[in-house]
Design a protein around this ligand. Structure first.
Ligand SMILES: Cc1ncc(COP(=O)(O)O)c(C=O)c1O
Length: 400
């Protein structure tokens, strides 16, 4: 027998909840089962189309650029466009040399944690929050320390808990706003308070703003915080800009204190090692920033109807209760676990019995996500209605 090469602890321990439920779902689909996949936040899987002028820009880039490698930090013209866009959106001045382009925000998270985390370091993350953060923190030997999002207060962050959970091992505070999975949009007051805590404890803040244009309430970017707060802002093109498969994202550093000089250089070293982000897709992403923006309004209009319908309908179902989302395209309902030991068992049973696929809440935070599930508000109302009818039948059958 040939010997088995052992996988690293880092890789073995990875499990990204959102795609994890996709494995048993794929098995069912292979057996011919029709499924309603409400587990992935991909607008292009539903009736949101990549605008045709983005596609034209991509074709043009392939036809008219040399298709060779590009700048490791990202196309300079694209970084100029990002700087201009941040100015227009938030009135802030970003240094082009502190912008780095990535293969989606997913890669930005990996690069950041690769530069930041040493064994035993602690990173404060909203609980529940987008699972990639915990995955990469753990991958590099760190510890995710969640701070609670308060369900009873429409999922606003528990700023007191955040403060209490800072230790001498804390390396950074992560904010995900608008939030995946709760759909909460953080208030300016809470963001300012988090910024004040960061400045007081000399910690950097990382703000993931990938859903910044998908909100029903005013959005306050952490790029607008006072200059004594050292920040890294993430944004990307998979959600608002409807090109998730093209894998474009970016980060930028605002750091007058120079607290993050070494971290930025650590990110740059990794950027050079990965050579460069996809060059033609950056041209297409640039076009999406500079052309007509009405597709965003259209998207928000449709999402609003779907979120309102979901809010009303889910709250009618026995054993389910949910807050009204203010942004992004997710909801994080609470479920009474009558027949199930865990929210994951609930999600798997629902998938098997009714063919509706959600993600278990504990996959977004063991401590503050249990007894919940995450769903999306992207499908048309008729599709959502059918899924909620099935969920209702299932809950009644299980005596909620
Ligand atoms: C908060 C958040 N950040 C980052 C990502 C990953 O985005 P990208 O496609 O840019 O890697 C997601 C995707 O769902 C997300 O919800």
């Amino acid at each position: 027998m040939v010997r088995q090469i052992q996988v690293s602890r880092r890789a073995a321990e990875m499990n990204y909840a959102i795609r994890e439920v996709a494995v048993p779902a794929a098995e069912l689909a292979k057996k011919g089962r029709k499924l309603c996949m409400l587990n992935i936040g991909d607008p292009n899987k539903w009736d949101f189309e990549t605008p045709s002028y983005f596609k034209a820009a991509l074709r043009k880039a392939v036809d008219h650029t040399d298709n060779g490698y590009g700048d490791s930090q990202g196309n300079p013209e694209f970084r100029d466009a990002i700087v201009a866009r941040e100015k227009e959106k938030h009135g802030v001045t970003v240094d082009k040399d502190k912008v780095f382009v990535t293969s989606g925000v997913g890669e930005a998270i990996n690069l950041l944690m690769g530069a930041l985390v040493e064994q035993g370091d602690e990173i404060l993350v909203p609980g529940p929050g987008y699972p990639s953060y915990m995955q990469y923190i753990n991958f590099y030997g760190g510890k995710t320390v969640p701070y609670r999002m308060i369900e009873e207060e429409n999922w606003r962050p528990d700023v007191d808990m955040l403060r209490k959970r800072i230790t001498d091992k804390t390396k950074a505070i992560i904010v995900i706003n608008p939030n995946n999975p709760t759909g909460a949009v953080f208030s300016r007051k809470d963001l300012t308070e988090i910024g004040n805590i960061a400045a007081e404890f000399e910690l950097p803040v990382v703000s993931d703003e990938i859903y910044d244009k998908i909100t029903e309430v005013p959005f306050y970017s952490m790029s607008r915080l006072p200059s004594d707060v050292s920040r890294i802002i993430f944004n990307g093109f998979s959600k608002v800009n409807l090109m998730p498969g093209w894998r474009v994202g970016y980060g930028y550093v605002m750091d007058e204190n120079h607290m993050l000089d070494q971290i930025f250089e650590g990110i740059m070293k990794q950027c050079r090692a990965r050579i460069c982000p996809n060059v033609p897709c950056q041209w297409a992403a640039q076009a999406s920033l500079q052309g007509p923006q009405d597709y965003i309004e259209d998207m928000n209009r449709r999402l609003k109807d779907r979120a309102e319908f979901s809010y009303e309908r889910l709250n009618e179902i026995p054993g389910i209760s949910v807050n009204k989302p203010q942004g992004a395209f997710y909801m994080f309902p609470k479920v009474e676990l009558t027949d199930w030991k865990s929210d994951k068992d609930f999600v798997l049973d629902l998938m098997n019995e009714e063919g509706v696929v959600f993600v278990h809440g504990s996959g977004f935070c063991q401590e503050f996500g249990q007894s919940h599930f995450r769903t999306i508000t992207l499908p048309r109302v008729e599709i959502l209605a059918e899924a909620y009818d099935k969920l209702e039948k299932f809950m009644i059958r299980h005596k909620a």
